[in-house]
Design a protein around this ligand. Structure first.
Ligand code: HAM
Length: 431
């Protein structure tokens, strides 16, 4: 019987891991340059952490189980709730804002398809406390900065504010469950279905028209006035629109203007309270959303003081896919530079000493561990893609030397063994 991977999971071979590592390290560098510190939380949490806000229905979409002590646990579907829990457990007294970032796997019980997995990775951050348009602007500018650093260009950055539609629905006294249904269809962008749903509800014609108009509006900051003229007299919606305008002005200062205002962003997760954003790469098809985030107040829902926070997460796997679709050049790190080849059986131990000496000198090097025949050694070195081979022959070693072969040019030269690390370091630096 062949044992295969669980549905919706993947194996990554080392070439792919090198590309992923490059993007991970680039994101890490950008997040840290913006003052974020890395944190790690457990892969599994109490199930209640995820049901508390989202309700029991979320259980359909996640992996949850009882452990041997009858505790209800769940594999985390995302990291915002765990980070809010961590804040409540450890950081309530710390000066705010607190800037934390994470990279880790998440699990969702979804129907797998291209770009949608049951285990996937998120690279994200939470800026806890200190809600302000400048905090939101900095978070957005950082997300865009990350994409620019990895060379992704064909993305669309959509920004909205949930407070606008939410306030209109609240003012009209639409019950919570109906609001949920409406926001669900807004999130899907299904205008026709939304129209049908609104028709089936007890909602005034003018509110219906306003809602359908609002979610279709897309543009730069010039759309703010248009929205203002549509929403007429709802105070909460005006306040949310003012917040959005303030944020857009700050984005200008933070040097990011390549956005689209989109009031149709509802976000699938239900803890957002104000600004929301999503990043799309249309080439990815149905799973085009490579990142999402916004401002939320989960901490209060978990029993803490009201602390507004802003965050987002890249769907790391989709970012990688987007880079590939764009044929972006992804520098790979971590190739071995040197292969040490014993030219006879009695040169093996000598070769091990040499390879260890190179490694101690910070040079990435490999050595024959499979007692290969001499003929096979160089083709194996070729397969590894090394730049240099060190050929260790008995006669050379007697004179304290080895032969250094440049694998690209084929040139060979005798080198003093004592000099080998320095020589190699110089050559590799010049490459
Ligand atoms: P989310 O939009 O549910 O937000 O997930 C963030 C990103 O994870 C998505 O934009 C998508 O790229 C990726 N993603 C989601 N599900 C899958 C899947 N099944 N397979 C592959 N990729 C997937 C959150 O999770 C929020 N916690 C983000 C956040 C942080 N908001 C505030 N702070």
């Amino acid at each position: 019987m062949e044992i295969s991977r669980p549905r919706g999971t993947r194996d990554f071979l080392s070439d792919e891991m090198k590309q992923r590592k490059y993007v991970e390290n680039t994101f890490r560098r950008v997040f840290e340059n913006y003052g974020y510190g890395e944190i790690k939380t457990p892969i599994f949490e109490d199930l209640s952490l995820f049901t508390m806000k989202s309700g029991e229905a979320i259980k359909e979409e996640i992996y949850h189980f009882k452990d041997k002590g009858e505790r209800d646990l769940a594999l985390r579907p995302e990291l915002t709730a765990p980070v809010s829990r961590l804040y409540l457990n450890e950081l309530q007294r710390s000066p705010k804002p607190i800037k934390m970032y994470y990279f880790g796997s998440c699990f969702r019980y979804e129907r797998p398809q291209a770009g949608r997995f049951r285990q996937f990775w998120q690279f994200g951050c939470e800026l806890i406390g200190g809600r302000s348009p400048e905090a939101e602007a900095e978070v957005i500018a950082m997300a865009a900065h990350c994409l620019n650093e990895i060379g992704l260009t064909d993305y669309e950055f959509h920004i909205g504010n949930l407070g606008i539609i939410r306030s209109l629905l609240n003012d009209a006294k639409i019950p919570g469950d109906e609001q949920g249904q409406i926001m669900g269809l807004v999130d899907k962008g299904d205008v026709e279905e939304l129209g049908n749903l609104l028709n089936s509800m007890d909602i005034s014609v003018s509110l219906k028209e306003i809602l359908l108009k609002l979610i279709e509006i897309k543009g730069h900051n010039e759309v703010i006035d248009k929205v203002r003229s549509i929403i007429k007299k709802c105070e909460g919606a005006f306040k949310a629109l003012d917040d959005l305008e303030d944020l857009l002005n700050h984005l200008e200062t933070f040097g990011f203007t390549n956005y689209i205002v989109n009031l149709g962003i509802a976000r699938g997760l239900d803890y957002y309270s104000g600004m929301v954003f999503e990043i799309y790469v249309h080439g990815l098809g149905a799973q085009k959303q490579i990142s999402g985030g916004g401002t939320y107040n989960l901490i209060e829902i978990f029993g803490g003081e009201p602390v507004e926070s802003t965050g987002f997460a890249f769907g790391f796997d989709r970012v990688m896919e987007a880079l590939k679709k764009q044929n972006a050049e992804i520098p790979v790190e971590g190739h071995v530079d040197v292969f040490v080849a014993p030219l006879s059986g009695n040169m093996r131990k000598e070769s091990f000493k040499i390879v260890q000496d190179l490694r101690r000198n910070g040079i990435s090097a490999d050595v024959d561990l499979a007692r290969k025949k001499v003929k096979k050694l160089l083709s194996y070195a070729d397969h590894l893609g090394v730049k240099y081979a060190v050929l260790v022959g008995a006669r050379d070693i007697e004179g304290g030397k080895v032969t250094l072969k440049n694998m690209e040019s084929g040139n060979q030269e005798l080198v003093d063994l004592d000099n080998l690390p320095i020589k190699l370091r110089d050559e590799l630096e010049m490459d």
